[in-house]
Ligand binder design. Structure first.
Ligand code: GLN
Length: 193
């Protein structure tokens, strides 16, 4: 059985754990570097990226996790998790803290507005029918997709990207009943396609 870690410093990690559990994979909460040992993949939840980088700093978790991602550990970052994976941010609000990188994209934090401007939108995802309802909450916006593959757009802007085994979504796929995106991430673990 594969084991998928979920970064559990802060944010919507419980929801990801329950989706992954429902899909029948082993799960592990990740809060310290030693929790990365033996993982087949990891999910980075939404929440507050500025809190996550601060909470990770004392143990050096993100330095170690960044190395594992560069070595090929499959990762799926959602919302704040996408911010952690972006190679570039438009502002310097997280400067001085370890992030992860792995996606050749530029991200603007909070560009979809405040909490009360949250919305759900049907998204057409490459290779997936019917549409997937994406929940956007204080979402980051992908303003440049670099060399990443775009799998879904909303109003012309990329909202789901993939680069090899690194996936990033600006929305929250764990907040609805639809488990197809997690299932696709899990299906590809250990495959080269
Ligand atoms: N605005 C948050 C941040 O900058 C992300 C919001 C979310 O994950 N729902 O980290």
């Amino acid at each position: 059985m594969v084991t998928v870690g979920v970064l559990a410093l802060q944010g919507a990690f419980r929801e990801h754990l329950s989706v992954l559990g429902a899909l029948g994979v082993g799960t592990r909460k990740v809060t310290r570097p030693e929790h990365l040992d033996g993982l087949d993949g990891i999910v980075l939840p939404g929440g507050e990226s500025s809190a996550m980088v601060r909470l990770a700093a004392p143990t050096g978790l993100f330095g170690r996790l960044g190395e594992r991602i560069r070595d090929g550990l499959p990762v799926f970052g959602t919302c704040a998790g996408l911010i952690l994976l972006a190679d570039r941010l438009t502002d310097d609000s997280l400067a001085g803290f370890d992030r992860l990188g792995g996606l050749d994209i530029t991200v603007a934090r909070n560009a979809y507005g405040r909490q009360r401007e949250s919305f759900v939108a049907p998204l057409t995802i490459t290779g997936m029918t019917p549409d997937f309802d994406g929940t956007f909450i204080r979402a980051p916006q992908i303003v440049d997709t670099g060399s990443a593959e775009v799998l879904a757009r909303h109003d012309g802007t990329a909202v789901l990207v993939r680069q090899g085994d690194v996936w990033g979504a600006s929305f929250h796929p764990e907040l609805g009943p639809d488990t197809r995106l997690h299932a696709e991430f899990v299906r590809r673990l250990g495959h080269d396609d």
